[in-house]
Design a protein around this ligand. Structure first.
Ligand code: B12
Length: 223
């Protein structure tokens, strides 16, 4: 097993065992070994948290266990984030300004954190509104920071409806045309994005960067 594989395994174990300090230490080891931090996030942290989610669905583990594993993942991510940010600053050109948040009623913020890390490392200026974000806040911050992209994360089939609400609010306020709107999160797909009149959907953090770089617009199903 290579040194990198060994570190990925340590990262994965830290999430499965829900050990915050181990997650931080493994993330530090990944940086020290010169691993690509984005690759480390996806393989070392995102993969095991998804597997735990599936175990939770099969009722093999309990919710508190998942909460603790999510906390370990956030601790590990916080170690990798400065490295990702540094890489983004190094890439001189700013590709755009993104205001991103998880919609109101939804506290899931891990996927959004990964998306942010990827966008920053790709040269985007990203303003993180956090989770459980009320609709008007998206517009307020987007205006303040002169964003050209609004990105909404939703992990629940109930809260993904808020993505539609924000687009409707933007239409009402006459600002819809000012922003490129991208939506994502586990229950979200391209057909939902079309239905609600979003400009784009991306399946994961890698695709988000590719989609924003291209900035093609989905044709709305209402058109
Ligand atoms: C970890 C987790 C939690 C953690 C969240 C911790 C945190 N701080 O985020 C805790 C334990 C707190 C939690 C709570 C709940 N959860 Co939960 N959770 C998960 C789990 C297992 C993993 C989510 C995750 O972090 N994945 C890893 C990240 C990296 O992936 P991701 O989020 O999908 O993000 C990627 C893409 O979706 C995309 N993406 C994400 N956001 C965005 C945004 C944009 C703009 C773009 C372009 C792309 C994009 O890129 C990301 C990176 O590649 C999922 C199961 C699953 N398979 O998704 C359930 C899941 C989302 N949870 C679920 C539920 C029901 C709940 C609870 C209601 C449980 C309860 N009974 O209390 C509460 C919700 C509370 C609330 N009001 O929000 C359900 C939702 C079902 C549904 N369709 O509505 C799921 C699907 C589990 C299930 N099958 O039952 N949860």
């Amino acid at each position: 097993m290579s040194k990198h594989d060994d570190i990925i395994e340590r990262m994965q174990e830290s999430i499965i065992e829900a050990e915050e300090e181990d997650a931080e230490a493994a993330a530090e080891a990944a940086l020290a070994a010169g691993m690509d931090p984005l690759d480390a996030v996806e393989k070392g942290f995102a993969e095991p948290i998804r597997n735990l989610g599936e175990a939770f669905n099969r009722m093999e583990i309990f919710l508190p266990q998942l909460v603790l594993s999510a906390a370990a993942m956030k601790a590990g991510l916080s170690v990798l984030e400065p490295a990702l940010k540094a890489r983004a600053d190094y890439e001189a050109s700013r590709k755009g300004t993104v205001a991103i948040g998880t919609v109101e009623g939804d506290i899931h913020d891990i996927g959004k954190t990964v998306v942010i890390a990827m966008l920053r490392s790709a040269g985007y200026e990203v303003h993180d509104l956090g989770a459980d974000v009320p609709m008007p806040n998206f517009l307020q911050v987007a205006q303040q920071v002169k964003a050209d992209v609004i990105a909404m994360s939703a992990l629940l089939s109930t809260t993904m409806l808020r993505q539609r609400d924000l687009i409707e609010l933007m239409e009402i306020k006459g600002v819809r045309g000012m922003y490129y709107v991208i939506v994502g999160g586990a229950p979200v797909n391209e057909s939902w994005a079309r239905e609600i009149g979003a400009d784009a959907f991306a399946l994961d953090a890698f695709e988000t960067v590719a989609v924003l770089n291209a900035r093609e617009r989905l044709e709305s199903s209402n058109a």
